[in-house]
Ligand binder design. Structure first.
Ligand code: BTN
Length: 333
């Protein structure tokens, strides 16, 4: 309700809306309107009140909440519902719970901080308050579990597009879906799935972006392997960089995710793969990886139509990798 009131105040801004009109519009008393206005003020909105004219929204600093994330986003699926929390254990955990309870496809969970952020391969994901972006989106694609690798790659393409458009900072993709800047990781993606043998029930796509950390903010073991958008923007020619905020980056990520998801359901998978190849900082490089305890290395030559990484190994055999970890020359982790 408070965001309905906010929406009406935004529409009317710089004009006023009376308490009576707001009450009538939303079927609540003037006292209830006043309580919602107080809640909005507590979130940091500047709202002027005059007994003659009513309430007026004044310009203030950007806020991060479910209303600001979703308002006018222009997506079809992603962001149909948005939930924002200051602190959660993991946005993926919460999104999985909502998905199991039947939430609408496209529901996005965003948090300011995670106390138990999770990464790929059972690792943890550093999720300090205010410094990172933590977003998870529930998807219900009409596909078999074996086909879902394309979503993993598509999410990376969407995130790379979003970061470029929202900030001007260019990234590369390390297979399958890490975004890197000059060899250091800026964004990681964790896809989790609930499925039956031949049908996906739901997928939770979790995206973590290092937003405003300085080098000292990262734990020692990450200092040479991780980078934030802010660090990269500061190192670039100011002419290339746009004014960006957490809100603008989150909205861009949701918008681009929506685009790639619709491309996949329209059968345009090859377009996604082609864009993945363009962003790749893996193809053409020397890579090494472990398969059943044996260490291999070779040259990454392509991505297969179903999203596997083809590697021409030094023993003369081409191997297609579906998941796991690869080390890539020139990338510091
Ligand atoms: C990786 O290891 O590269 C994947 C990191 C994914 C982190 C994000 S942050 C939002 C979502 N919630 C989590 O607990 N993990 C993902």
């Amino acid at each position: 309700m408070k965001y309905n009131i906010l929406h009406r105040l935004k529409e009317a801004s710089p004009g006023c809306v009376s308490g009576g009109e707001l009450g009538k519009l939303f079927g609540v008393s003037r006292t209830a309107v006043w309580k919602y206005i107080e809640e909005l003020r507590q979130e940091g909105y500047l709202i002027e009140a005059s007994s003659r004219k009513g309430y007026r929204l004044l310009p203030s600093f950007e806020k991060l909440n479910s209303y600001e994330i979703a308002d006018g986003l222009g997506t079809v699926i992603v962001g149909r519902a948005v939930e924002y929390y200051d602190t959660v254990d993991s946005t993926n955990n919460l999104a999985k719970k909502l998905a199991a309870e039947g939430c609408v496809a496209g529901t996005a969970v965003v948090a300011g901080r995670q106390t138990a952020g999770r990464g790929r391969l059972g690792r943890n994901w550093e999720s300090p308050a205010g410094k990172g972006i933590y977003v998870s989106v529930v998807l219900r694609p009409d596909m078999a579990p074996a086909e879902t690798q394309i979503l993993t790659l598509a999410a990376a393409v969407a995130a790379a597009d979003a970061l470029k458009e929202a900030t001007g900072v260019g990234t590369g993709i390390k297979w399958p879906n890490d975004l890197v800047i000059e060899g250091k990781k800026v964004c990681g993606i964790l896809l989790e799935m609930s499925s039956e043998a031949d049908k996906v029930n739901y997928i939770v796509l979790g995206i973590g972006i290092n937003f405003s950390q300085d080098r000292e903010d990262f734990p020692d073991e990450l200092k040479n392997r991780a980078v934030s958008l802010r660090m990269s923007a500061q190192a670039k020619d100011p002419a290339e960089i746009k004014q960006f905020s957490k809100l603008s980056v989150i909205r861009a990520v949701l918008f681009k995710l929506d685009e790639v998801i619709r491309q996949i359901s329209d059968g345009r998978r090859e377009d996604i793969l082609e864009r993945w190849r363009k962003y790749s900082v893996t193809l053409g490089r020397t890579v090494s990886f472990k398969l059943q305890g044996i260490e291999y290395s070779g040259t990454a030559v392509d991505i297969t139509p179903d999203g596997k990484l083809s590697v021409d190994c030094l023993d003369g055999v081409r191997r297609d990798l579906y998941s796991g970890e690869v080390s890539v020359s020139g990338i510091y982790y």
